[in-house]
Structure formats: structure tokens, C-alpha cells
Design a binder for this molecule. Structure first.
Ligand code: TXA
Ligand code: MG
Length: 319
């Protein structure tokens, strides 16, 4: 890999998918669209390939990666599924849900990808092209969001190209992400199911199947995605604001106050639409150079929990 390079967006064709799959097999990085955010993929069984992800993102080594597989059968080769895990997987895969399960065979996912943990985070992404790529690659693909660590996740190929302009590789352009916030992460390694990160599947929908999800346990890893400050734009955020004050732009929801300068995440107050628009709206407002962005209150239910989680981390004081 060259010291400087460029992430080039590529149209998805049979040929570009095949090329991307062989790049992955050869241990190179490929960024690809999932329904949540773009991922920066590398083969999960190869510590040298996985090291490229940590270097490209400047991601702390203690933060484990999610293994992406094309289907439940492939997931079962690397994790043990009990009846509860199998039921949840069948209900929500392919889709924006990541399950943390006991690792079955370390052959498929190297230590570096798991940050040494005895568990493994797995998901089956929804877009057919993503699953085609994973099937062609033939090995689990470790893929964090394709952004520099601590910055906003990319929901368009162009955001990946801009954010990771210091590395070389291809971005498979799958268009804008349909969900727009990262996957929901549920830890099923213990008897108590725990919600590690609210995301694209509403926690209520999982609870309807297996009962209420507990908060992360005391011994849950302190990963950056779970640290107070993450997903940070340059501007300071002020949450639960009725409207902008002098010098602020406004990130609205369900209608903007008269004469307000900013972006409405969803004029009709739809949480799925708001989630889809969240990261692009924050990028746009940030790009206008505002020192402060005031943000409307978002209902704390369904996808609103994921939106509020990202907003709280974006608003938190930087370390
Ligand atoms: O939607 C998504 O999940 C996207 C797309 C690309 O699939 N990926 C993503 O990856 O958001 P990343 O690396 O940005 O976030 C993964 C999170 C991290 O917070 C990490 O700590 C957690 O998953 N994680 C990974 N393995 C884990 C494990 N064994 N136990 C607990 N948490 C784990
Ligand atoms: Mg991330």
C-alpha cells in the first residue's frame, strides 16, 4: 500500500464486485455500502489485513471489529448459536443487527479483529450487493464504519473518499445508506441479553421477541463507539433546543421554527427518515462552518434511541 493514495468510488458491476472480492482475499482494504453506514472491510482471518483497518482509521487496538458474513450458515461457522440467538438472527438478518456471541472457531476471525475477546460480533448486512461481495470473498470480513476513528460515520461513497483520502483502495458505491445509523448491538453471550448500542433495529422489536434488553454489564469493553465522545462533528452541539440562538444553525425534526437557517431531519416527523438523514445533515451544517449547532428534541423511542445516542456522543466534551 502506498503512503498516500485515494479511495476511489466504483460503480457496482459484476466485474467490480469480483475485483473487490479478490482484493479482499489478497488482504487489501475495500470499502462497501451496507444498509447502515459504509464499512471498511478486510479479511477477518488475516492479522496483517486487519492491521490495515486500525491504521487507516487510527482506531485504538482495544476496539474489536464486527465480522460480516453473507448468511446465518456462515455465522454459525464462527459463533455458537443457542436457540435464543438463532431466533433473533432468523427474525432480523439480513439487517441492521449485530449479535455478540461466544466464538466457536478462532480460525475465521483472528485475535486482532476481536481485540483478543473470547466473543465475536457478527452481522449479515441487508443489501444484496454486500452479501454478494461477502459470498465472493468467501471469508468473514471485518468492517468498522469507514471513517477516521471518532468522526461521523459515512453514509455515501463520497464521504468515505473524503474521510479516508490518506489511504488507497476502492469504495464500492452502493448509493446512500437506507438506514443511516449503525447496527443495533446485542450481547447474547450471557443469560441476560444486553443492548450494547442502540441502532437500526428498534430495541422494542427485539424485546418483543426475547424480552427487555438489559444495559451493558460492568465488564463490557470500553470501546470508542461506546465512549462518551464519538461521531464528533467540528461544531459544538446543543441538544433539546427549541430553536437556534444567535450564531447557531439548527438541526430540526418535524418542522422548523419560522425563518430558521438549518436542516430539518424529517419535516413529517418520521424517525426512520431522520436516521437516514442524520450524518449527512451534520456534515452539511458542519461544512457551513458554524461554531454551534442547536438540535431539536428527538423522541426517545424506536430509531430515535439510536439518533439520540449518536447526538449525545457528538455533543459530549472532547477528550
Ligand atoms: O452498522 C454497523 O454496525 C457498521 C457497518 C459497517 O456494519 N459497523 C460499525 O462498526 O459500526 P464499528 O467498528 O464502528 O462499531 C462496532 C462496535 C464497536 O463499538 C465495538 O466495540 C463493538 O462493535 N464490538 C465489536 N466486537 C465486540 C465484542 N466482541 N463485544 C462487544 N462489543 C463488540
Ligand atoms: Mg464506527
Amino acid at each position: 500500500m502506498l503512503a498516500t493514495g485515494v479511495m476511489r468510488p466504483r460503480k457496482i458491476t459484476k466485474a467490480s464486485l469480483a475485483r473487490a472480492a479478490s482484493a479482499l482475499r489478497a488482504g487489501r482494504l475495500v470499502a462497501f455500502a451496507t444498509e447502515t453506514v459504509y464499512g471498511l472491510g478486510a479479511r477477518a482471518d488475516d492479522p496483517r489485513a486487519v492491521a490495515k483497518i486500525y491504521a487507516a482509521k487510527r482506531r485504538p487496538r482495544f476496539n474489536p471489529l464486527i465480522a460480516h458474513v453473507p448468511d446465518l450458515a456462515a455465522a454459525k461457522r464462527i459463533a455458537s448459536f443457542d436457540a435464543r440467538a438463532e431466533m433473533v438472527a432468523r427474525a432480523f438478518w439480513p439487517g441492521p443487527l449485530t449479535l455478540v456471541l461466544p466464538l466457536r472457531s478462532s480460525a475465521g476471525v483472528c485475535n486482532a479483529a476481536r481485540a483478543g475477546l473470547p466473543s465475536i460480533a457478527i452481522r449479515v448486512p441487508a443489501p444484496k450487493q454486500a452479501r454478494d461481495l461477502l459470498r465472493l470473498a468467501g471469508v468473514p470480513i471485518a468492517a468498522p464504519s469507514a471513517n477516521p476513528s471518532g468522526r461521523l460515520s459515512p453514509t455515501r461513497a463520497i464521504d468515505v473518499a473524503r474521510g479516508l483520502s490518506h489511504i488507497q483502495g476502492d469504495v464500492l458505491d452502493g448509493g446512500p445508506c437506507a438506514v443511516g445509523v449503525e447496527s443495533t448491538i446485542v450481547d447474547l453471550t450471557g443469560e441476560t441479553a444486553r443492548l450494547l448500542r442502540p441502532g437500526g433495529v428498534a430495541a422494542e422489536d427485539i424485546a418483543a421477541l426475547i424480552g427487555d434488553l438489559a444495559a451493558p454489564g460492568g465488564n463490557t469493553i470500553k470501546a470508542p463507539g461506546m465512549l462518551a465522545s464519538h461521531y464528533a462533528p467540528r461544531a459544538q452541539l446543543r441538544l433539546n433546543a427549541g430553536g437556534p440562538e444567535a450564531g447557531e444553525l439548527y438541526l430540526g425534526f418535524g418542522g422548523m421554527p419560522q425563518g430558521t437557517d438549518g436542516i430539518d431531519l424529517s419535516p413529517r416527523g418520521d424517525l426512520a427518515e431522520a436516521a437516514r438523514n442524520l450524518f449527512v445533515a451534520l456534515r452539511d451544517l458542519d461544512g457551513r462552518g458554524a461554531a454551534r449547532i442547536a438540535v431539536a428534541a428527538i423522541p426517545e423511542k424506536g430509531l430515535g434511541r439510536a439518533i439520540n445516542d449518536r447526538l449525545r456522543r457528538a455533543a459530549a466534551p472532547r477528550p
